[in-house]
Design a protein around this ligand. Sequence first.
Ligand code: TXA
Ligand code: MG
Length: 328
Amino acid sequence: MFIEVNSHTFHEEELLPAAAILQSGGICAFPTETVYGLGANAFDEAAVSKIFKAKGRPQDNPLIVHVADSVQLADICIVTPLAEKLIARFWGGPLTLILPKTDAVPRVVTAGLNTVAVRMPSHPVANALIRLTGLPIAAPSANLSGKPSPTRASHVVTDLDGRADCIIAGGDCEWGVESTVLDLTVTPPAILRPGAVTKEELAEEIGEVIYGTGVGAPKSPGMKYTHYAPSAPVYIAEGPDALERVYKAASGYQNPGILYYRTEQPHLPVSISAGSTPAEYAARLFYALREFDSRGVDVIFAIPPEAGGMGDAVRNRLFKSAGFKTIE
Ligand code: TXA
Ligand code: MG
């Protein structure tokens, strides 16, 4: 089933067929403020297993459970005082918290961990859908495993058409990178994945916060090299003469592409602007990686944003998509 809604003016009734699919054990893609998610009833093991199958996702990578209110939250995790503080400031929004799980959450959701990732989105369609089902919704990003996360409905259709029971198209995602994942079961709290809620903002609220290496971190070094990866290889170029070095490296290719940021418009066959702020970069990054693929480039060069704030989230995804390859 395909349902198209206007995220600002939709009526809840338009989402009823999707809610029914989720309630009866189906899987449904839906927009959030970060990226599109592929959801299932978090209490239904068989339904959650369908997500892993549809995405080709390794079973040992746990899912985020999405909730619409604090009652649902209390069903699935232990809400610590630190969590309450962060929830008051940042929910609904792009912050996922790792907390001790309750017995109600099946092992398939958490990949056997005794913790669970939880978040409350700010996107009106996501929230309405969760409310209508009355269920916590387990949902990873709605891409095929290894591909860039979908930030537009067309990306979801490309990856999951025929693999999901339902796709809700609701426009482009506001943030464009996945939520910040913060582990509250360790001291000091550790960011496992940087996102739109920044380290600086978290520290303002709860004091010391560090970047952790992360559960669900790759078990073999090769795994991380296929994350967020378009078909063409990606190379990072940084520094004042980045563009000059890109031109030199690009001379060996037929159809090079560049994602440029705060430079003049490059003269390469496919040049895509990343905007002029880290937030604009985030909103365009995954779109751009997919666009390079569809324009058949044989290499992608990318000039990253500065570190700090949302720049950290963009750099994290960009360096992963490049397999940490840089041009000097
Ligand atoms: O913005 C988002 O977070 C999107 C939208 C759809 O909400 N979802 C998303 O899900 O990005 P996914 O599955 O692509 O990423 C979830 C991340 C993974 O890196 C996973 O390893 C981590 O969260 N994670 C989930 N449960 C965890 C746990 N119990 N402990 C540590 N990491 C966990
Ligand atoms: Mg993902």
